[in-house]
Design a protein around this ligand. Structure first.
Ligand code: SF4
Length: 458
């Protein structure tokens, strides 16, 4: 096993990443674009990049992910990819007939400096964009940023290209859900409907990447936010952006473009996060919280009370994306578990400050790093192990080598099924998360118990 050679001794590294805790920007941009109805994402770069982005999304969501590519070869790499993109736009609208082509760049096309809006304008002038169809774009060089920033940039492009402020204000609010599962987006919409609030959610990958098996292939599934809904987002009462990094750029752009007031919140994972989200929706829409939501909240508190004795004092190592790690750290601290190692591959000093603030009551030293990697995380574990690890699939190697229980959470999860169907947001999602944590801890306790303490009833 490769990771068995990870040394315990930590040496300072400046220009080397080993086992990155991130994937590349275009993956996030492609995921966001799939949340527009009748949209074909398009990767402006080489076929290899597009194949990697598509396969990562397909392996995580277990659904076929469609996308176009400008198929750069040597010529385009030297002279630029304008001719390739013009040809691609023509072919895609002729053959596949999407409403929108959402173009994102790659490292190669960014290094060349291709100007996507100029190429799209030329395509329009040459009659390659049919009436009522659109080409939007996001710049996603992957030598800066990660899949989270790519998601945020493509989501902002939806505002830049479509949001309109003309006309009367509408009795609806916008929700930008952040880089979460399709199941989470569905759950957020269910909670809003329970409160009786009309929402425009963008992007919305529910019913796209968690669609039912019908025995029929649909190039464009029925889910996704429509262009009309995106246009109307500029006339909503307000915007709630969930996850500051992934949703902040679009929420702020809508505020400055259309004067739609925005509130940026943490992802509604756990009790406090969900409370804050529901409270913000209630105030923005001017509604009361129905009894059905209070019941869900009460159940979550009950489940935490029943489980708390097993959670208390357990040390946890976390690897993932900033928005998710902030909410995870918050929920763990609230149930008296101690997140002592927190690693994200996305750069951001604010993230480190925020985690330090959340974990200030933890009675251990807390190590947190942004722009870090799993190699360092593994070294920390070698020096002082934890009781539980949470993060994406790649942690399974460390889990096996160090014999530490592991819960898959975040992106990508390549070796399990279910995350796109069962939410972790909201009170219901929080209960599922609690169950997963408790199962992992007690399964380990059962495995390691001597016969005399191997209990039937806990
Ligand atoms: S070259 Fe850049 S865009 Fe392409 S797969 Fe690699 S990191 Fe991603």
């Amino acid at each position: 096993m490769l990771l068995r050679h990870t040394p315990k001794e930590i040496k300072e590294r400046k220009a080397l990443t080993v086992n990155p805790a991130k994937t590349c920007q275009p993956i996030g941009a492609m995921y966001a674009a799939l949340g527009i109805h009748n949209c074909l994402p398009h990767s402006h770069g080489s076929q290899g990049c597009c194949a990697y982005h598509r396969s990562t999304l397909t392996r995580h969501y277990k659904e076929p992910v469609m996308a176009g590519t400008s198929s750069f070869t040597e010529g385009a790499s030297v002279f630029g990819g304008q001719a390739n993109l013009l040809q691609a736009i023509d072919n895609i609208f002729t053959v596949y007939e999407p409403d929108v082509i959402a173009v994102h760049t790659t490292c190669l096309s960014e290094t060349i400096g291709d100007d996507i809006p100029q190429i799209a304008r030329k395509a329009g002038q040459e009659g390659k964009i049919p009436k009522g169809k659109y080409v939007i774009h996001a710049n996603t060089p992957s030598y800066v940023g990660t899949h989270v920033t790519g998601f945020g940039t493509m989501t902002k492009a939806m505002v830049d290209y479509f949001a309109e402020s003309e006309g009367t204000r509408l009795d609806q609010i916008n929700i930008i859900p952040g880089f979460v599962e399709p199941s989470d987006m569905e759950e957020i919409k269910r909670i809003a409907a329970e409160l009786g609030i009309k929402v425009v959610m963008f992007p919305d990958t529910s019913d796209v990447l968690n669609r039912p098996q019908t025995g029929r292939f649909d190039m464009f599934p029925k889910g996704g936010v429509t262009i009309d809904a995106l246009r109307s987002s500029g006339r909503s009462k307000g915007t709630i952006g969930l996850g500051r990094l992934a949703s902040g750029p679009a929420a702020r752009a809508l505020d400055s473009k259309c004067k739609v007031h925005c509130e940026l919140l943490d992802l509604p994972i756990g009790l406090t996060g969900t409370d804050n989200f529901i409270d913000a929706m209630r105030k923005m829409a001017g509604v009361s919280v129905p009894e059905s939501i209070n019941i869900e909240r009460g159940r979550m508190i009950d489940i935490i009370t029943d489980m708390h004795q097993y959670f208390y004092g357990k040390k946890v190592g976390l690897v993932g994306d900033p928005d998710q790690l902030i909410s995870l750290a918050e929920i763990l601290v609230s149930i008296d578990m101690w997140p002592i190692y927190v690693v994200t591959g996305t750069q951001g000093k604010k993230f480190e400050t925020r985690i330090k603030e959340i974990t200030k009551c933890v009675p251990h030293e807390v190590k947190v790093v942004s722009g870090g990697d799993m190699f360092l995380f593994h070294q920390w574990i070698k020096n002082e192990p934890v009781d539980l690890m949470m993060g994406n699939t790649y942690l399974k190697y460390i889990s096996r080598d160090e014999d530490i229980p592991f819960i898959r959470f975040g992106f990508p999860i390549l070796d399990r099924v279910g995350h796109s169907y069962f939410p972790t947001v909201g009170y219901r999602g929080g209960m599922r998360l609690m169950e997963k944590i408790l199962d992992a801890l007690l399964d380990r306790k059962d495995r390691d118990s001597p016969e005399e303490t191997f209990e039937l009833v806990l």
